[in-house]
Structure formats: C-alpha cells, structure tokens
Design a protein around this ligand. Structure first.
Ligand code: GLC
Length: 416
C-alpha cells in the first residue's frame, strides 16, 4: 500500500502532531506501507517526518495561495474580513492555484499512491483536483468546514468525490454532515497523545525565566495557556479573567505559543497581547514565553491549564495533553472540546468567551489543592484510556483497506 499524505503547512500545529503520530504508528504497525509526505512549506513537520523514515517532498504554495484563508471571517474574535474581499483574494490567487495544481498533479503521478490522505482544508480540495487517475482521496478533518464561507461551498461541491472522511471529533462530523448530507462516509477517530511524554512526572521548564519575569513567590499558583496565536483561541479571555481575580491571590499566568500560520489577519501578535495586558492592568501577572518545544514540560510547570477558545473547538489537543499530564484543566465548553472531558470529574468548564466564569474556575482551583489533585488523577486515567496515540494507526488502516477494496471493485467494473 502506498499512501501519500498532503499537508498545507510545514509547521507543527495540532493537525500536524496528529499526522506525525499517525505516520509513526503506520511505520511501526504496517512495515510494508510506503509512506510519502508532501508539505506546502519547509518546517519542523518535514524534518520530523524525515526522522521517522518517511520520504518527504516540499512543494511550496505560491505566496498568494499560502495567505489565502477565510478562517477569520466567521467568529466575533477574528478580525472581520468581508466576503467580497475574500472572493477578490481568491481570484487573485487562482492563477497561482492553477500552476500549483499542475505541479502537484505531476508530483502525484510520480509518487503513484494507492491512497491520498489530505490533512487540511486547502489540501482536501487541491488533492481531489490534482489526483491522477481518480486515486481515492481520504480527507482527515481537523476543522469545522461550515465556519469558512468559501471553503464550505467548495467542500460541499467536492465531497461526493471523496472516498472517506475522518473527523477528529463527533462535533466536526456533525458539522460536515450538516453541510454535505447525512450519507457522507464520515467516521470519527479521536486524536491521540503520547501518554509517556505527556505524563504527570518528568522535566519542567522555568516559565518565569522563559518569559523574562522575576522569579515568582514560592506559593504562587501557575496558570498556563498553551495555544497558537489564532485569535479564536481566546487569549483575551484569559487576560480579562486575570483582571477579575483579586490582586492578593498569588496567581501567575503564562501564555505559551507564537504566531504560526501564514493566513492573513487571523492571528494575535505577542506585542498586541502585551499591550492588551497592560491596558487591563495585569502585565505583572502574565508572562509571554513564545513557543516552547516541550509543551509537556511547560504544562508540568503549571498547576492549572486553561483552554479559552471562543469558537467551537474541533478537538482541542492541549486539553487531552493537559489531562494526560495530570494537571487541573479548565475547558471552554463548546464543540469537540466538550467530548473530551467528564465535566466536574476530569476537568472544570465554563461558557466560551466568559471571562468572569473563567476567573471563578481559576479562583476555585487556586485555593483548593485537593480539588486540583483529584481532577488531575481522574484526568490522567481518562486520557490514558481514551487518548493514547497508539490507537490511531489501527483505526485508520481499516479505512484504507475499505477504500482500496471499493476502488478495486470499481476498476473491475470499468475494465472487466
Ligand atoms: C486543529 C483544531 C484543534 C485540534 C487539532 C488536531 O488544530 O483546531 O481543535 O485539536 O486540529 O485535530
């Protein structure tokens, strides 16, 4: 079996972590598989896939195609980009897209895969358009399609040609069914985490030092938010929550992460968030560490991990990771994130975009070490049971087999 994976980035976001976990699992369990990765840019994803023994090709998106995105068009947290601006951009990118499709088509003809597995919105569409000889395409969805006005239309139009769809949560599957019809071949496979790396015991990092802050007092309770800088991840909700926490409660928050994606207008910058923190008068209580390569060590350095997305979270990998680290987790209860926790047992939760409710959860945990420990133990047990990444490849392989068997029947029909 030859599988070509197409990824619309070379950076390591959540979707790319899962891709690497899947590649690792396939290498371990299916030694006869020939695995190829095509990424749209150089970056750590390509390096790490290469280290796993996967043959990789970088076929760079032209800049106009790389910047194109309508993710910021939906929610209240994003900078509003109107539909016509988006369509204008799409048209200006269309020449670049046509050229890219020709190159991708030529590359795929050379790689000659049995299955094309696409791991992101742009590649779902490009993969179907560029595939040689109707090679079956499997979409692996990590995002809500309906939140993106232009993509939604295109995805609906192309969905009948897609052989199988994997979604990272039931909530993403429901969104896709709503858009493309109840009969689509969608199956949910929950993301996995490395429960040996994301574990309660292990090295930690000095968050104060990384954030350039003076050492915190001994009794401080550390609250971590680990996220890309996408606006809908809700950094402002945490900053506003901090402003509502009494000044004498020894709390320090750390925003871990950096701008990652190339799409226009969809991200915060650290200076922008620093300014917001200063306006809210919480700059002394919050540190910005930038990207930290060992998120598990950053999580272990915190007592509390918060998730603050203001729009429905397709899955929320950091939630599963923080549970596996045995931390006390607070979840913005919406979308796939709601499927990951047992409310009140493995994590606390609040309504998305409500800084006061988040502040109340933080205060509750900050003053109750016993509650933190109880959530941490239950969260760890649940994560080991539900989110061990070793499960991924064994769930995906039957899908490939089914798709290939269906393809064989179709081609006998055509030729026989
Ligand atoms: C995307 C989603 C996130 C999910 C990740 C992996 O980044 O936004 O919720 O955890 O993909 O599926």
């Amino acid at each position: 079996m030859r599988v070509a994976f197409l990824n619309p980035s070379g950076q390591m976001g959540g979707a790319e972590k899962i891709l690497l976990d899947l590649l690792l699992g396939l290498r371990a369990k299916e030694s006869s598989y020939e695995i190829q990765l095509v990424a749209s840019a150089e970056g750590p994803l390509v390096v790490r896939a290469g280290e796993l023994g996967v043959s990789t090709t970088v076929l760079p998106f032209p800049p106009a195609l790389a910047r194109l995105g309508d993710a910021g068009a939906g929610g209240p947290a994003g900078r509003q980009v109107d539909r016509y601006t988006l369509i204008g951009r799409a048209l200006s990118a269309s020449g670049a897209t046509a050229l890219y499709l020709r190159r991708l088509g030529a590359l795929l003809r050379k790689l000659h895969p049995d299955i094309i597995h696409t791991n992101g919105m742009k590649m779902h569409l490009l993969g179907l358009q560029a595939r040689p000889r109707k090679t079956p395409v499997v979409w692996h969805l990590h995002d809500y399609v309906s939140a993106r006005p232009i993509m939604a239309r295109l995805m609906r139009a192309y969905s009948p040609r897609c052989s199988a769809m994997i979604t990272c949560s039931k909530s993403v599957a429901a969104d896709l069914r709503e858009l493309c019809g109840p009969e689509i071949p969608a199956q949910t496979i929950y993301n996995g985490v490395d429960v040996d790396v994301f574990s309660p015991e292990g090295p930690t990092v000095d968050l104060d030092e990384l954030a350039g802050m003076p050492p915190a007092p001994k009794n401080v309770v550390r609250v971590g938010m680990i996220a890309t800088m996408a606006r809908w991840k809700g950094h402002e909700v945490l900053l506003q929550a901090l402003a509502r926490i009494p000044a004498d409660l020894p709390i320090r928050a750390y925003l871990v992460g950096d701008a990652l994606y190339q799409t226009d207008g969809s991200q915060y910058s650290i200076p922008e968030l620093r300014e917001m923190a200063a306006r809210l008068g919480v700059e002394h209580r919050v540190g910005f560490t930038g990207f930290i390569p060992e998120p598990a060590a950053a999580m272990r350095a915190c007592e509390i991990i918060v998730h603050t997305s203001t729009q429905p979270e397709p899955f929320g990998l950091v939630i599963a990771e923080a549970l596996a680290c045995g931390r006390a987790v607070i979840v913005s209860m919406n979308g796939g994130a709601a499927e990951l926790i047992n409310p009140g047992v493995t994590a606390l939760y609040y309504r998305p975009g409500q800084p006061s409710a988040l502040a109340a959860c933080i205060i509750r945990l900050a003053v109750d070490e016993e509650l933190r420990a109880r959530l941490g133990r239950a969260g760890r047990a649940a994560a080991v049971q539900r989110f061990d990444r070793n499960r991924l490849a064994s769930q995906v392989v039957p899908i490939y087999q089914r798709v290939r068997a269906a393809e064989a029947v179709l081609s006998t029909d055509k030729h026989g």
